[in-house]
Design a protein around this ligand. Structure first.
Ligand SMILES: [Zn+2]
Length: 151
């Protein structure tokens, strides 16, 4: 069992209770070497616009309804959404965000073994909680830290 820190607890605020159950179950079955942290849960429109602007020009932003001042073309792209505001991190009709970004702790984006182990742990927890879970790591353009409720 690992303990979710205050940062993780704060990041889970507003996330759908089913996804929170999965995360808490994952924490309860994790070994100390499988420690993880919740980086981000619900995103505001502002945060979605900031993310969309990364790696895009003002023109590319504006064609998708994101004001041009969010454009930061020199940064690496972080989202490939067709609609910048359709992220499952956004607040859904049920009032909750349906996605959370979770990474092994300490964070090392190059440690694929630990990332894969966390994905496996989250899948195991989802099964135990009987919650359909989609892992961004399984996508054709992988989003390694991304987990969301399946529909
Ligand atoms: Zn995400």
């Amino acid at each position: 069992m690992i303990t979710l820190g205050t940062r993780s607890q704060a990041a889970m605020r507003g996330v759908h209770p089913d996804l929170i159950r999965v995360i808490k179950r994952a924490a309860s079955i994790a070994t100390p070497s499988q420690d993880f942290t919740v980086l981000e849960g619900v995103r505001t429109r502002e945060q979605m616009a900031v993310n969309y602007g990364k790696g895009r020009t003002a023109e590319q932003c504006e064609t998708k309804g994101v004001p041009g001042h969010y454009a930061q073309p020199t940064l690496a792209k972080v989202t490939w959404l067709n609609d910048p505001f359709k992220s499952n991190h956004g607040q859904k009709a049920d009032g909750f965000g349906h996605a959370a970004d979770i990474m092994p702790y300490p964070i090392d984006w190059k440690d694929m073994a630990r990332i894969r182990a966390l994905v496996a742990l989250m899948k195991q927890a989802a099964k135990l909680e009987n919650v359909p879970l989609v892992c961004g790591a399984d996508w054709s353009t992988p989003d390694l830290d991304h987990f969301e409720l399946g529909i």
